[in-house]
Structure formats: C-alpha cells, structure tokens
Design a protein around this ligand. Structure first.
Ligand SMILES: [Zn+2]
Ligand SMILES: [Zn+2]
Length: 615
C-alpha cells in the first residue's frame, strides 16, 4: 500500500540524515518498531546493510540491502525475532557523539555502505546521536519509546523494492513495511479495515461495474476513459454542484484546455512547475515563419483562465463578489511511478471556482465555502473529516511566502475565526501555507475508516496582482481583489474514486449509474417492461430492462452483481393488476407489491432528495 514518509515540519532532528518533525507518541512507537525490525534482520541476516527506518502515516518501514531475496516466510521469521526482542525488554539508550566517533561507531557495526552517507547528511553543528537497544546500534536522532516491551501490537505487512534515496540510479533495496499500534485491539481493527479496503478498492470495483477504463496502449497512462456508467455518476455530481453553486450565487464559465506560454509565466507556473506540466506545443500560424511560432501549454490549473475571464471587462466594487465556476479539465504530468487508479491521474476534471472579493467580503465568502463543504459531507454521509489549516511563518516572508505581512495576518485571523465560530474540526499547521496565501486541505474518512485527502481551499492575494486584476473601489481608487480558490468536490477522478470505496460500489440511488432495472419473468413480458422503463426514463430515471432469457433467480443475481439499487419483478399477474413487485438492494428482500404509479413517486422522491441508501 502506498505510504508516505511524514513530512519534515518544525525541527526535531535527523535520523539517518532525514529531518523529522517532532514525533507523536504513535510515530515514536512505530519508529521504535522499525529499530526492532532492523535488529531482528541483523540477527537473522548478519550480512544485511541497513539504510533508514522512518515512521510513515500508517506504520513504518526499514530499507535493507541484502543478497537474499526476502519471502513472505522470511517476514514470519523476522516477526518472530521481533517478538523475541520485545520480550527481552531492551532499553532504548541515546548516545551523543562527535562526528569522528560516529564514523568509528558505524565502522564498528560494519554498517558503512549507507550509514556513512546518512551521517554526512547531518549538517555541521547538529547533534549526532545513536540509539542502542540490546546489541543493536543505529544512527538516529530519536525519539523512541523507553523500552522494546512497549512494542507488542505490531505486524509486518509487505516487501517492496525501493531505491536508495528514491533515485533509480542508486542501488535497489528491499523495503519491509510494517505497522504498530498501542494495543492489539487497535491493530486488529486497522487490519480489518485494510482487508475491507482491499475489497472496496476503486480500481477493482470500477472495473467490475464498468465505470472507467485505463487504456495505456492507445490513450496513455493516467488518462482514464469514463465509460457510460461512470459518466452517469459524473453527470449526477455535476448536477449537484451546478445546483448548489447556482443557489450560492456562482456564475459558470467555460474555458479552453490550452493557453499561451505567457499565461503560465504570469501565473508563476512557469518555470517553477514546468516539470508537472505537459511539454509545450510549438505552433506557428499559417504563413508565419517558424521564428514567430508560439508555445501553447495544456492547462494544469483553471485559475489563470478565470483570471483572464475577470479581466475581460472592467470591474467595480459593486460587481464583487464575483464567483466564477467551471468543471474544468486540467492536465498534469505526474511521474508514471506515481500514477494510481483514479487517485493520481494525468487528466483531471475539477469542481473549480474562484471567488473574487474585497477584504471586507472575505469572511462571509470564506464561511459560505465552508458551509458548502459541510452540506456536501452530509449528502455523502461523510461523518469524519478534518480541515488542515496551513499558515505562514513570519520569518520567511519574502522567501517562502509572499511579502504581505498585513494581508497574511488579516486573512489568517479571518480564516481561523470562521473555523472556530462554525465549530468545524480543524488543526492548524504553521509554515505550510501556499506561497500566495493560507490554505485548507480537507481530509475525510470513508465509512470503513480509510483516509482520503479530497480538496483544497486556498486564499490568494498574490496572483490576482500578477495578472493586474483590479476593481474600482467606492473611493474611485483601483484595488486588487482577493481570490479564494475552492473545489469542495475535488476532481471527478479522486472524488469518484473515494465514493466507490466509501459506498463499496453501492451508490445511493441518485448517484447509481443504473437506478432501476425491470425483470420480466418471460420473453412475452419484455415489451411491457420496456414500456414501464420508458415511463421511468421520462422522469429522468436511469432505468433498464433485463432482456436475457434466463431464470428470474439469475436475473436477480445479475442485478445484485451490478449493484442496481432497485429491481422490479414483472409477471403476468403484476401486469394484469397494474402493480410491480419491488426488490431493494439495501435489504436484499422483496419490499412488497406497489401500484406502479406509487412506486414511481417513491423512487422520484428518493432521487430528488438525494437520499442515502435507506431503502
Ligand atoms: Zn530511531
Ligand atoms: Zn485556482
């Protein structure tokens, strides 16, 4: 499973030359487990050269250079040895040394292949420390649990290849992943969640349900093809977004997928993000010399286009706030190794909008955006979420952060105020804002407890200036508007990937690609079924008829596999009486017999209210 090394934040220290933020107790436990893993591997494979063993967001790993190729049986043996080490209750001892002594210690353990390089990474003046548990000595800044006996609820999970320092020019190492928890109960729950998450993997369900396809051969990696059923979900989501945004006073725009180089130089994407953009197309108009050709880029973001929409006509303070919305398609040149199902792709359709407003309007606008998030969470049954509020560091104004001390303070105070007042669950992290303003990353958990980063909400007080955007204020002066970038539903790709796993493919009826299926019990009843299906389609319901000639049981099973929320069984008796026998996916039972008109109304209500699956 993909795991990320925790990002370096504030300064805590280096281990193996890697700067780590101060560890939480859980990270400390997991990192200590990595030491125990290292110690166990050293006991079983004395020739192994060790690289680093950091905690990750879901556990820990350690990288080894060893001739023997690790097998799942080895993992069992190593895990057993780890239990032995935990049972020995070895104390974690910190030893601080000079650089010279550190070199000698590394040579003494024979771990020179990677550890000497990791030692060299530690800047002059930083403390150099080792941690010792039993016979195992490792270059590390810490911190750790007091003793190995604290490590008892852990499990080794998998083996993967990993290049030293993540660079394919370097040696390929074997990475052993594991996880640890404070107690067995939490470990068991997590393992159960991982099992369930595998069953719900959006790539697997997406394929089974025929929602999207990846065609690396003809289309290219990371460029999903949305099949008819996936497109039905997209359209249901866009309807929701358009309806919600319309009510909130947004206006919609439509912009091209490409723009000239000057656009991205002005926005600052070029040259800084050139690597994550597709290379340019060099175009000369007919009759022009090649020297007059111009570079066009596929858009990696919609903002620059929206800024130009703003600039298309003069604005006064009476025109603000202006809320420009577009389901814009962007292209990002993600590394092929980073591509993952719908979660990381090269073409993305974003639930984008940019709100241009005055500083006085900012708090109200920002609050309204948050309200929209909460409204969506409710519709999708997202009960657990957290907003990560990233702020600037005044010491880095003019370098990492645009030099607008007043605006930083003002907007950050307003954002914080809005978050506190609305009682939204949030954490504040200093020094992680975007260059041009504070931002909020929204993390949500699916019903089975898997975490997803869905969307970002950003304040921007730099780029509108770069584009020369202004409005005439009430005093007739020209002012630069603030801009809020927001995308509550993220991209279709990532959001639908999340929804597939969240619902396990059992979409609520309003989102389900196929909402109702009619099952005639014999071929003579097919025309009647088609007639009813046509009536449902007249209501906008995505209804189909199962025209296969097999038995009713087989038809029901097929409907279940396709995760169709509602099936209607039609026999001669039902036709005669003008009723339908309804079967719901949720209860896996016949709901009963209803006059068709009544059932049709029930279904319509369920869809228009966007009800979560209750029937
Ligand atoms: Zn350590
Ligand atoms: Zn934007």
């Amino acid at each position: 499973m993909p795991q990320k090394i925790l990002p370096p934040g504030g300064r805590n220290g280096y281990f193996g030359g890697l700067l780590m933020k101060k560890m939480t107790p859980l990270e400390e436990l997991r990192h200590s487990s990595a030491h125990v893993l290292g110690a166990a591997v050293r006991r079983l494979f004395p020739q192994a050269q060790l690289d680093i063993g950091p905690p990750t967001d879901t556990g820990f790993y350690y990288d080894f250079d060893v001739d023997h190729k690790f097998t799942p049986e080895d993992l069992e043996k190593i895990e057993k040895e780890m239990r032995r080490i935990a049972g020995e209750n070895q104390k974690f001892e910190r030893i601080e040394v000079s650089r010279e002594e550190a070199k000698k210690l590394i040579e003494g353990t024979g771990q020179t292949k990677y550890k000497l390089g990791r030692l060299a990474d530690i800047p002059e003046g930083e403390a150099i420390s080792f941690y010792k548990n039993g016979e195992f000595l490792d270059l590390c800044a810490g911190t750790h649990v007091p003793a190995t006996s604290k490590i008892n609820a852990f499990k080794l999970l998998s083996i993967a290849g990993a290049y030293h320092r993540g660079d394919e020019k370097n040696a390929q190492l074997q990475r052993i992943y594991g996880t640890a928890f404070p107690n067995q109960k939490e470990l068991d729950e997590w393992l159960k969640m991982i099992e369930e998450a595998k069953k719900r993997d959006h790539r697997k369900i997406g394929h089974e349900m025929g929602l999207f396809a990846m065609d690396a051969e003809f289309v290219g990696p990371g460029l999903p093809l949305w099949l008819p059923k996936g497109t039905a979900i997209i359209e249901a989501l866009e309807d929701l977004a358009k309806e919600t945004e319309f009510q909130a006073g947004y206006v919609r725009v439509k912009t091209p997928h490409i723009a000239k180089e000057i656009m991205y130089k002005t926005s600052g994407h070029l040259p800084y993000y050139a690597e994550s953009m597709f290379p340019p197309m060099e175009l000369a108009e007919k009759g022009e010399a090649e020297a007059e050709s111009e570079k066009y880029y596929l858009k990696a973001m919609n903002c620059p286009h929206h800024h130009r929409v703003y600039a298309a006509s003069p604005k006064s303070y009476r025109d603000l706030p202006l809320r420009l919305a577009e389901y814009g398609c962007c292209y990002r040149y993600e590394q092929s190794g980073e591509l993952m199902g719908l979660m990381r792709v090269r073409s993305l359709n974003m639930n984008d909008a940019h709100i241009y407003c005055t500083p006085e309007q900012f708090a109200t606008e920002f609050n309204a955006v948050n309200e929209m998030y909460l409204k969506y969470f409710k519709i999708f049954g997202i009960d657990k979420y957290v907003m990560r509020f990233s702020t600037h560091d005044p010491a880095k104004l003019g370098q990492k952060f645009v030099n607008e001390p007043e605006l930083w303070k003002q907007t950050e105070d307003m954002v914080r105020d809005v978050l506190v007042k609305s009682g939204i669950n949030f954490v504040e992290v200093a020094n992680e804002a975007a260059f041009y303003g504070p931002k909020i990353d929204v993390q949500v958990w699916s019903v089975i407890g898997k975490e997803f980063t869905l969307a970002t909400n950003q304040v921007d007080f730099a780029v509108p200036k770069r584009f020369g955007l202004t409005y005439t204020d009430s005093d007739n002066g020209a002012k630069t508007p603030l801009c809020i970038h927001r995308a509550p539903l993220g991209t279709h790709e990532r959001f639908i990937g999340f929804l597939i796993e969240h619902f396990g493919g059992n979409f609520p009826t309003w989102l389900a690609p196929e909402q109702a299926r009619l099952l005639p019990i014999n071929d003579e009843l097919i025309p009647f079924a088609q007639e009813l299906a046509a009536q449902l389609r007249a209501d906008g319901v995505r209804a189909t008829v199962d025209t296969h000639s097999d038995k009713l049981g087989a038809k029901i099973r097929r409907g279940e596999t396709d995760k169709v929320p509602h099936m209607l069984v039609l026999g001669a008796k039902e036709k005669e009486a003008g009723v339908v026998a309804a079967r719901s996916r949720v209860n896996k039972t016949m709901e009963g017999t209803f006059p068709f008109a009544q059932w049709r109304e029930m279904l319509k209500t369920e869809i228009t209210t966007r009800a979560l699956p209750v029937r």
